[in-house]
Design a protein around this ligand. Structure first.
Ligand code: CUA
Length: 228
């Protein structure tokens, strides 16, 4: 999760988020190179003494500074498109989780098993445990197996919400009357925090998501203990 003074991206916990971070760094590096070059050129204009009265056109330089940006854009566009399609790829998921956005909490359904379903509310500050995270911890966590392909179906019951987990590279809108799909793979055990990220009303900030990533055998135990 994100803590104070953490302004960049969180550490990735899934292959897709790893790729997203690689792409972010790649795009940022190109951005820095362009900024330095243009900054240098603009700075050097101050020292231009306009000596060449007959310099009216330059076909070659015009060609270069037209085509070069187009090529640079390709180096951003192609990896971006690759990632976009990679994010939408479904790789034979072994678990499907349905999450439904409500004003203002999430509810979950594990329809693959014994149709386990529960609501997940934020723990209010006055009821928070001493080691709890304010505005982030919930009463019922989403338990999911690590190192497995997981499919998420997202929808909403009232207004648009968004199921967002930064460390996993997941952000899917929950829209009433629609069912959106995405998938991810969790690399390691742990708690992964997320928040709703569509402005959905007064308590938009107070419907967090907590994923408890556990080893597969532990997940099977959890699922069999909840088969009511
Ligand atoms: Cu739900 Cu914002």
């Amino acid at each position: 999760m994100s803590t104070w003074a953490n302004l960049g991206l969180q550490d990735s916990a899934s292959p897709l988020m790893e790729q997203l971070i690689f792409f972010h760094d790649h795009a940022l590096l190109i951005l820095v190179m362009i900024t330095v070059l243009v900054g240098y050129l603009m700075f050097m204009l101050f020292f231009n003494n306009y000596v060449n009265r007959f310099l009216l056109h330059g076909q070659l330089i015009e060609m270069i500074w037209t085509i070069l940006p187009a090529i640079i854009l390709l180096f951003i566009a192609l990896p971006s498109l690759r990632l976009l399609y990679l994010l939408d790829e479904i790789n034979e998921p072994s678990v499907t989780l349905k999450s439904i956005g409500h004003q203002w909490y999430w509810s979950y359904e594990y329809s693959d098993f014994f149709n386990i379903e529960f609501d997940s509310y934020m723990i209010p500050t006055n009821e928070l445990a001493t080691d709890g995270f304010r505005l982030l911890d919930v009463d019922n966590r989403v338990v999911l197996p690590m190192t497995s392909q997981i499919r998420i179906l997202v929808t909403a019951a009232d207004v648009i919400h968004s199921w967002t987990i930064p460390a996993l590279g997941v952000k899917v809108d929950g829209t009433p009357g629609r069912l959106n799909q995405t998938n991810f793979f969790i690399n390691r055990p742990g708690l992964f925090y997320g928040q709703c990220s569509e402005i959905c009303g007064a308590n938009h900030s107070f419907m967090p998501i907590v994923i408890e990533s556990v080893p597969v055998n532990y997940f099977i135990k959890w699922i069999s203990n909840n088969n009511s």
